[in-house]
Design a protein around this ligand. Sequence first.
Ligand SMILES: Nc1ncnc2c1ncn2[C@@H]1O[C@H](COP(=O)(O)OP(=O)(O)OP(=O)(O)O)[C@@H](O)[C@H]1O
Length: 524
Amino acid sequence: MRWKIHTKDRVGMVLDVLNIFNNHKVNIQAMEVLPREIFIKFDAQQGQEKLKIELETDRDIEFIEEITVLPIEKKERQLSETIEAVSEGIMSIDQQGKVNGLNQAAQTILNLSADKSLGKHVSKVLNKDVPMLKTLKSGIGYENKEMILKINNRQVHYLTTGKPIKDDYGNTMGVVATMQDMRQVRQLVYSLTKPNDITFEQIVFNSEKMKQRVELAKLSAQSEATVLIQGESGTGKELFARAIHNYSERKNHPFVPINCAALPHTLLESELFGYQGGAFTGARKEGKQGLFEFAKGGTVFLDEIGDMPMHIQVKILRVLQEKTIRRIGSNQEIPIDVRVITATNKPLQQLVNNNKFREDLYYRINVIPINIPPLRERPEDIIMLAKFFLDKYQTVMDKQVGAFSEKSTQALHNYYWPGNVRELENVIERAVILTSTHQDINVDALNLEQNFSKEADDRRTLKEKINELEKKLLVEAAKKYKSTRKIGDALGISHTAVRKKLKKHNLETKVCRSGTEDFQIKER
Ligand SMILES: Nc1ncnc2c1ncn2[C@@H]1O[C@H](COP(=O)(O)OP(=O)(O)OP(=O)(O)O)[C@@H](O)[C@H]1O
């Protein structure tokens, strides 16, 4: 039974009311006092009418009303509803370290039930090293600590922040901690950093060569196989990698690109694999998760893999073979679930021949090779891409210019495009800036470096030209004869020499069969 007693505001009022309750031998369970209002929760019993009459005869008591909850109970219920409604886990402990609060989300994240945890010491429920216990001792909170614990035979992985609960004198009376499941954290970070979804529709092309590459890439997206994308800088390797990811079953998980050439080696290693707390000077005390763990369920894109140092290559091989990683400084194997796509603008086969790239890793990553030809080898794409970028930059700059003049179309065709599609995009962006509204784009606005016109091709060394001719003749013969012996006969060299040359030009049987060239060569 609960009453709200409306009183006058005078000293000793509460004591008078308590005395009356006491005289009637009524057991008070809870009481709350506000100015001119006394709230009392008591054991309902016979004779409470008499109690009410006696209270109301006090001239300072105005009237009594029956209520269903005390204000404090109302607040408590609202608070516990809110605690249950939030998606973060919330756990609290009292001054003795015993669990006195655990919402539903915390039970899920920690693989615990409230029944079996409430009232028990947190060291028994979680672990003796949990940061809540340190806060209980020191009174100092902590933020975003990563925890990996084994609870009820399951590994739980979460991020937690804790705060001390203090009394008016600054003594710590307990600790409350919030926790987020690491998978949710990843998804949150990913949704904040996620770039625009790139799909195959955004890859612009007109050439048969690119059509084949796109088809192969689409097929590769349906498998889990490692893809190696090779091509000169700016040919669209990253674009392909993103399109493959977004076309695959993993599309709702992170796509994590990392440029192996851009980071110093030590940083690259810790970025990829993470580290154990205290693994090296400067390392965060609580350790750090690496990108392979972060990308869980998604794709890691290792760009410029040709620049990866040998000792990290070994670790990547383990990732691909065992599907596990070890953080730096740790012996614990962490299972990972990622697909790996790699890219390089370096001739990997040559790096293997020169012992600069591990052969075993080369074959591991080269399951599906996609070779993107340089723009100069697919002139059918140039104008289509130029028009695509023209539309793009007119929209971005909200500016209407005319079309490409005849001469500028010619110039775009004749140019050598050492920087490939990226360079073409930059050229068109600059041309839109330099051209007046509604004027056609002329050659000057394109401002193409004449050094790199087709004529510049003639300045290449004799060795480069011979190499190119050799490759061309090999490809032509291979298309026609399809076996190393017949190719050898046609070119007047032995079939072993053919094999060597195929290897040198990265045209080995394995590569060709995977569809990067539209021919197949049989051994002998
Ligand atoms: N076929 C294409 N259609 C539309 N845009 C393209 C195409 N190819 C490349 N691009 C654009 O060209 C630029 C360079 O592409 P990307 O970064 O994918 O090249 P890359 O080969 O990965 O370069 P790098 O080797 O220097 O990292 C990007 O802005 C990309 O969107």
